[in-house]
Design a binder for this molecule. Sequence first.
Ligand code: PRT
Ligand code: ZN
Length: 292
Amino acid sequence: MSNQEPNKTKLKLAIQKSGRLYEDSIRLLKECGIDVSNGMNKLKADATNFPLEVFFLRDDDIPQYVEDGVADIGFVGENVVFEKNKKVIITEKLGFGKCRLSIAIQRNESYSGVDYLAGKKIATSYPVILADYLSKNNIEAEIHEISGSVEIAPGIGLADAICDLVSSGSTLFMNGLKESEVILQSQAVLIKNELLDASKQQLLDRLIFRIESVKKAKNNKYILLNAPNNNLQQIISLLPGMKSPTVLPLAEAGWSSVHSVLNENEFWDIIEQLKAAGAQGILVIPIEKMII
Ligand code: PRT
Ligand code: ZN
């Protein structure tokens, strides 16, 4: 049965047409088993194996499209969601497009704290988020809105400080600036229209189930190791596993093969303890999907 019959309900997803979020958005869909081919300069495309229609848009327009219901859901940076301030619901963090919105000042200035910004002129493409931050901190400063190349503003005398996205920090460094305050930590999120009907919500639940399985898999590793039987209980106690570790006898007497799943965050700690407990031949394998 095809998902592509014209009058079947389809979920309409808006993603960035080109730019930093495009490839990761397509990759995430692919990891969820959904293929989308974007013929050059197409505005929309149907997924081949899920009832999904994908719109390719400028990231700034995505919250509005989702609020209006032209798209049901969107993948977009939290920074854009908060700046545009549209009536949409953030449903899921997607784990890519990570950056922070920060205030930066000239490197040779000494920085005393947020009060430094009082009476200063700050250039930004994020006037809404910045104004909110300044008012929460009781700072009166002048916001100068510009749409691009914000980082050159202090160098050419247009502003005393900037408020812009940072990831590696090299753009700030190359422009003689230093990061003085982080206003917002951001990543790509899934947003949805406030009034999805039941059939669309059902499709969205299926999509979210897949996204969560992909995310869980990325945060976990499959581990195999050889354990001496005389220390097996200690080694097993170090391994959480999905239920409990799998233990199989090795051909060589006195040894077992132990299989388990480890979370990225505790990974190195546990590996060190396993080695100390006599584990050998430790293999670590990425997991593609994890359904719990
Ligand atoms: O054309 P369209 O409007 O769709 O795209 P765009 O040019 O507005 O956005 P784009 O593609 O640059 O970024 C899309 C989203 O990616 C942003 O809204 C963020 O959510 C996310 N993101 C993640 C970033 C960065 N990292 C990032 N580093 N967006 C922009 N930058 C820029 C930043 O503005 C600065 O110029 O990169 C520079 C700083 O990078 P570092 O590594 O030198 O610190
Ligand atoms: Zn944009």
